[in-house]
Design a protein around this ligand. Structure first.
Ligand code: GLA
Length: 699
């Protein structure tokens, strides 16, 4: 039997599902440089904050912790260009060379998030204006205007200098543009650009007036210059277009830097930027269309590590390019910007890092190596203390580094693959957030209500845009696809007609691309296809009972009264799966979930925010109906299963996020890459926060 066939057969025998890559194949290793490790441990290092005499000690400690990567430079503009047009790169040359002597490669951050004082004081128009008209000042970071042409010129120049100097340096593996794109500018330049952007989109002011329905409250505009710039409390059409304008402006801001980099750098050096999980300031899919790789800063969302939420944000980031990604920053135990900066528990640092790898990260980088001797972030967690000596977490990270080194070659070439996709749509999230109707209707939480049981049961979920190719998925869930264009609707219908299983959550298909109400009602263009529609939506103060195919449960926060519109529901294979019980009178006995079969595919509309036990049952049904099986069955709650595969092998990463020991039975003996590698094991016992990395292919 040919080798690949044999591997496929043995994998099937042990219940491991091989899935061919969806869309573009994943980045299979940390960098495009074959001489660098396939999985990288790293730290954010700021040599400009320290005397050169200290650097070697730091790099030595890094090397001892198996750190193979540093990110340098992203706030160091005043050190690189101390005065206008006068450059000083000597220190950076030395820092890169010295790091290389310690087998540490470099990501260079472009310094545009922190312009020097000489620049902003001489050219104050480069400073950002807030929504209430206040111009930013020097002394903090992100004070620049993302749209100001002069600022862009200065940025282009400094990036060009860097590109020419380091674009072919074999120790520089990639570039991070700026740092956490976030704050837009509301000043006169941005406003004029917004007007030009609107004119390009709508052609005439009459067309804009029509699409925005400006007769409402006498908003009718006579020309584009009259349109205000607002991010809140405005016509929903303006608000949505403002977000799109902000997206395009960040994209051209990034492109300006890419223009300086691309012609001057080695094609093996990647270009990325560090993103922020659920942050919705602009559309990440648009931005990533011009980047080589996605990266994000993984800081836990609340005062405890919620592994499902954290895993979802990894999946979100992986979805920006539908490829493996990097964790460009993560916390060494605690941060300094929450209300109470509680530490991760001992052991969770390793657990969290392995979760990143399990979800498709090829690098995990700690922010930061050591606190600056002064400055806004003195209290943040680090690996090295104020005395220059390792703090307790250093030893844990050193252990992690050894594990990355040990397993790197096995992980090389592998990526996560999933048969389940959740659609993340920025237009819809923005539209709902502008007009929540219920303050508790947070579109991200609503997405997670679907994600959590789907991820737990299927053990692999992609989070992708509404435009992503869907044919490789058995199940696609659009949790609240509020803004639905005819093109997107056709894309979804094509998926179902070809055997896909589509689930729409509450509030789907309500709005058109101008954030106006769809005249067909909900779910807009999908109504005839579903054979059912929403008659009315209701925000809920109290839970409403539900009953039906999945048994009793509750609707919380939101409930939509559905009705079947098809003439012959039975002939059209339309079924009401769940109905509301007695509540506000309007909902009593009315359909809450409707499904319709199309050959081997189906479309299902869920009109209510289901409470967790009911959502659990619903998700189990949806997965079963779509033919999605878990990677590893019978895994206890709190133990996460991640799989990275290539055509030749499967790697399982099992993580016990729980505080008690669990034993996990494997379907067939596997090699334990963190244990005695030459011996196969049939089960693994994981202590609290314990991790196992297992290989299924013959070695
Ligand atoms: C962000 C920034 C870093 C640092 C950390 C602190 O992610 O990118 O520069 O401020 O937060 O948590």
């Amino acid at each position: 039997m040919p080798l690949l066939r044999r591997i496929l057969c043995s994998a099937a025998a042990i219940g491991i599902v091989f899935i061919s890559s969806a869309g573009t194949p994943g980045h299979a290793q940390a960098t495009n440089f074959p001489d660098k490790p396939p999985i990288l441990l790293g730290a954010a290092w700021y040599p400009e904050q320290w005397p050169e005499s200290r650097w070697n000690t730091d790099l030595d400690l890094m090397e001892k912790a198996h750190i193979h990567l540093v990110r340098i430079g992203e706030f160091a503009w005043s050190s690189m260009e101390p005065s206008e047009g006068k450059y000083n790169f000597g220190w950076l040359d030395k820092a890169i060379a010295m790091a290389a002597q310690h087998h540490i490669c470099v990501v260079l951050g472009t310094p545009s998030a922190a312009p020097p004082a000489w620049l902003t004081s001489k050219y104050p128009q480069t400073l950002r204006v807030s929504e209430n008209g206040v111009r930013a000042q020097h002394g903090n970071r992100q004070q620049f205007s993302f749209s100001d042409p002069l600022y862009r010129k200065f940025v282009y120049n400094i990036v060009l200098q860097m590109a020419r100097r380091y674009g072919h340096n074999p120790d520089v593996v990639g570039w991070q543009l700026d740092n956490e794109f976030a704050e837009p500018d509301f000043g006169p330049t941005a406003q004029a650009q917004f007007h030009a952007w609107l004119q390009k989109r709508y052609g005439t002011i009459a067309n804009l007036n029509e699409k925005w329905a400006t007769a409402y409250w006498s908003q009718t505009y006579d020309n584009f210059d009259e349109i205000p710039v607002r991010a809140d409390n405005e016509n929903p059409a303006l608000l949505l277009d403002w977000k799109r304008f902000v997206t395009d402006t960040w994209k051209s801001y990034a492109q300006n830097q890419i223009n300086a980099l691309r012609p001057n750098i080695d094609p093996r050096q990647f270009i990325t930027t560090n993103t922020m999980g659920w942050f919705d300031g602009f559309n990440e899919y648009e931005l990533h269309s011009i980047l080589d790789m996605a990266a994000w800063d993984d800081y836990i969302s609340s005062d405890h590590y919620d592994y499902l939420d954290n895993g979802a944000r990894h999946d979100l980031t992986r979805g920006y390019k539908r490829k493996d990604f990097w964790v460009m920053e993560t916390e060494p135990v605690f941060v300094d910007w929450r209300k109470t900066n509680t530490p991760l528990k001992k052991g969770q640092v390793i657990d969290m890092a392995w979760q990143a790898i399990g979800h498709g990260a090829n690098a995990v980088e700690y922010w930061q190596w050591r606190s600056a001797p002064n400055g806004q972030e003195e209290y943040h967690g680090t690996l090295i203390g104020a005395d220059g000596k390792p703090v307790p977490v250093y030893w844990q990270i050193q252990k992690l580094g050894a594990e990355f080194d040990e397993t790197g070659s096995a992980l090389e070439g592998t990526s996560p693959h999933s048969r389940v996709a959740i659609i993340n749509d920025y237009d819809s999230r923005w539209a709902i957030n502008f007009q929540r109707q219920s303050a508790r209707f947070d579109p991200v939480k609503e997405m997670l209500a679907f994600y959590d049981p789907l991820r737990t049961m299927s053990q692999a979920v992609d989070i992708v845009s509404a435009q992503a190719p869907l044919s490789s998925y058995k199940l696609v869930v659009a949790p609240a696809l509020n803004v639905l264009t005819p093109v997107e609707a056709e894309h979804l219908m094509h998926y179902v007609r070809n055997g896909g299983h589509l689930i729409l959550g509450p509030r789907s298909g309500m709005k058109n691309e101008y954030n106006g109400l769809n005249p067909q009602g909900q779910p807009g263009p999908l109504e005839p296809f579903l054979g059912a529609r929403v008659l009315q939506y209701y925000a809920l103060a109290n839970n409403v009972p539900l009953d039906g195919f999945f048994g009793p449960g509750r609707a919380k926060i939101w409930a939509e009264q559905l009705t079947v519109t098809a003439k012959d529901p039975e002939a059209d294979h339309i079924h009401v799966l769940e109905r509301y019980g007695k509540s506000n009178g309007w909902l009593d006995g009315q359909p809450a979930i409707v499904t319709r079969r199309y050959g081997t595919g189906s479309i299902t509309y869920v009109g209510a925010w289901l409470n967790p036990p009911l959502m659990q049952k619903f998700a189990a049904w949806a997965l079963h109906d779509a033919g999605v099986r878990p990677i590893l069955p019978n895994v206890p709650m709190g133990v996460e299963v991640c799989q990275r595969s290539s055509a030749a092998k499967d790697i399982l990463i099992l993580i016990n996020h729980d505080t008690v020991t669990h034993t996990i039975m494997l379907r067939r003996p596997m090699f334990n890459l963190l244990g005695n590698k030459s011996m196969r094991v049939g089960e693994v016992t994981l202590p609290k926060y314990g991790v196992a990395v297992l290989e299924a292919s013959p070695r």
